[in-house]
Design a protein around this ligand. Sequence first.
Ligand code: HEM
Length: 487
Amino acid sequence: APLPPGPKPIPFLGNVLDLTPKELWLPASQWAKQYGSIVYVHVLGYGIVFLNTAEAAVELLDKRGSIYSDKPSLIMCGEMCGCKNMVAFTPYGEQSKRQRKLMHKAFGLPVIPTYYPLLQTETHSFLRRLVAEPAEYMKHIRRYSGGLTLSVVYGYEAVSNDDEFLGLAEECVGILANRIASGGGIWPVDVFPFLQHIPTWMPGAGFKRNAIKWRRKMEEFVNRPYEFVKNCMKSGEYKRSFCSNLLEDEGIKAVDDFEFDLKWSANSMYSASIDTTLTTVSHFILAMMLHPEAQRKAQEELDRVVGTERLPTFADRASLPYVESVFKESLRWAVPVPLSLPHRLMEDDMYNGMFIPKGTLIFGNIWTMLRDETLFPDPEAFRPERFMEEVSPEMERKRNPQNYVFGFGRRECPGLHLVDSSIWLLMVSMLSTLNISKAVDEHGRIVEPVVKFENPIFRTPSLFKCDMRPRSQKALSLIKQSEIHTA
Ligand code: HEM
């Protein structure tokens, strides 16, 4: 049977020249238009498949999940830098299933309301930092998502921007995203495994010396916050968290390798939440700045439902349909992880008469799915109204961006329910208290945002100038008073 179609490879090297290190989703979406729901390329004989429709992604990644849920085994990232135990890199098998079970226990839908008070506290602290230093909004979003994850996962409260655990986490997430996994995480040693045996002192062995250094940092990042929880529990003074809840669960504790799994799952959630949250919230700010009419409509709804005497809460959610549509459209428009994370096919397989060889890397092309004109007419436009239209339940499911942006099948994002609450509250709180608009320079001219996307995995916009200020004196005092109420 033929391989799926795709751009013509060159001899031996394959499609190496077609694969761009930045915004690979753009050529991938052109291939989707040209070749259809499934596209095949290869690099030096290693196959890569892009699944361009929800039907193909659900059929393969979900229904045939037992063979489509493995992860590529990367020597540099996984073995040498020790990341193979992070959930996003764990091979499909007993360990990945145990880790996901732990995360499901902590972040499954029924548990999320128990985090509401914490989400509220962190959101209000974020608003206070934002009004004090609006130009530093990216720093504040990072601090928010880092602080939230430290509290939820370890019961640890970061007290300042210079907090030692926040610093350690920032450093490690930076090493992982910008050093270890840059260029898709494939190093020469992954293609020529014998390189791992060359002595560290040899010229050209810099990658080995770096790997030793980075591995030590990663281990510190895994162990130190975990030891913090255990010490607090010993002393009897601790906040409930993912780790403490599971450490108190006698049934789960009895499972083999429990502590190892717990430590690495906790750490993985930290790494997985920072860039994704930063990307989503930055896109929301960008959208509000570029579409003042959508912002105004959302604010009118908020003023009608919540009023101006208090901040919004989760109890308001069902009465805010337009705000809900802004939330959905922000996720669709942003596509924070446009090609999802790669899965590895464990056995030869056939799809619609085409052959997909064992070992092929499979990318869910979420970008193309969420730019599908039949589901989202004028897909580049930011138009929350599209989600206000009356459609059949089947169509509603097909058009819900939350069914795409978190990936598919057995490796689907375990943080999705938390994100649904945390980012919703963050957006609604910003809308209710702040006006977001384009910045004005010292000559009074409007500064048009210029945005680039440099990260190969996350569609994070580069820092852009914008103006964020309280909607009124009342809004400012609500933000300031939130500290007193939280305390
Ligand atoms: C807007 C925010 C987020 C988005 C868009 C997002 C999206 C994704 C996507 C697309 C994947 C890959 C799924 C696949 O392989 O098919 C993923 C994996 C993952 N996410 Fe998220 N995520 C977000 C936030 C979070 C948060 C807050 C957490 C933790 C609390 C988290 C934890 C994880 C983990 C641990 C994995 C690896 C799962 C595995 O390989 O089994 N994510 N996420």
